[in-house]
Design a protein around this ligand. Structure first.
Ligand SMILES: N[C@@H](CCC(=O)N[C@@H](CS)C(=O)NCC(=O)O)C(=O)O
Length: 270
């Protein structure tokens, strides 16, 4: 096995966060990668970068580590898993692995389009775009919203999703979330009792959906699915504990969840 202990620290480049998402990034693929790194206990430094075109694939996330520059969350995970000798899936059987591929494709190839559409072109999209742009220097702050919205609409149209009416896009996203809710059930993880790499992907997408503030119908639907919110809270408590509000003096400890090994923490209002 290669010795990765002397490797320089991984720098993870991705969009920053916003609209109530309590993690360092509000991008699903970046949150997927950050989650996987935490699950694999590989340290990284987060670098906010709101210009994906600087990355090797023109998308976020990407990593830099010494002379290595690499884009695409799945390829990065594959590379780091080999380099660090990590296998989060060694306990899975064939059917679980097949289910993982199907769920990952649903989220990354289909739900992602509904998500992006609603994030910036759906209800509340103008406000979220303005919040995103407010982190940029002038004159980019004035130019980027129009350019980004146009590029996103063009991309979604080319892929077919953007040709549907907004209500159809919302409905299809809701169907994905409902399917995920059925598949996960009480979990406690995406494939049962133990976490696997699929959890990085599932949490990447849910973590940037269920905490979104406002009255967008897709994100509100996610927030209404109790088992998915419970799942996010478990993942958050286990892998992103710094995002939880510490208990005040005299407050009682968190109540353990009957179905899962992790406690349900009291969370910050986000
Ligand atoms: N297959 C890529 C997808 C990355 C991706 O779509 N990233 C989005 C943000 S979550 C992005 O960079 N969008 C900006 C753009 O397309 O210009 C991965 O797994 O990393």
């Amino acid at each position: 096995m290669p010795d990765a202990t002397q490797d320089p620290t991984i720098r993870l480049f991705a969009f920053g966060t916003g609209w109530g998402v309590p993690f360092e990034t509000s991008g699903p693929f970046p949150l997927k990668l950050a989650t996987w790194l935490r699950m694999a206990e590989i340290p990284y430094e987060f670098e906010e970068e709101n210009n994906p075109s600087k990355g090797p694939k023109g998308k976020v996330p990407w990593i830099e580590q010494g002379t290595v520059r690499m884009g695409d969350s799945s390829l990065i995970i594959e590379h780091l898993a080999a380099r660090h000798g990590v296998d989060l899936d060694d306990h899975l059987d064939g059917a679980q692995r097949a289910r993982a591929v199907a769920v990952q494709r649903m989220l990354e190839e289909h739900f992602h389009q509904c998500f992006e559409h609603q994030l910036f072109l759906g209800r509340g999209g103008e406000e979220r775009m303005a919040e995103f742009a407010s982190a940029l220097p002038i004159p980019l702050r004035w130019i980027v919203p129009t350019v980004m919205k146009r590029a996103l609409a063009k991309q979604l149209h080319a892929r077919g999703m953007g040709r549907h009416a907004p209500e159809v896009i919302v409905q299809q996203g809701i169907e994905d979330l409902d399917a995920l809710s059925e598949l996960i059930g009480e979990g406690p993880y995406a494939l049962g009792d133990r976490p696997s790499s699929l959890d990085a992907c599932v949490f990447g997408f849910l973590g940037v959906s269920v905490y979104v503030e406002g009255d967008n119908p897709l994100f509100q639907h996610g927030a209404s699915l109790e088992n998915l919110v419970g799942y996010c809270e478990r993942m958050r408590a286990r892998y992103f504990p710094e995002t939880l509000t510490p208990l005040e003096d005299g407050e009682s400890s968190p109540t353990p969840e009957p179905s899962g090994p992790e406690p349900t923490p009291r969370v910050a209002a986000s």
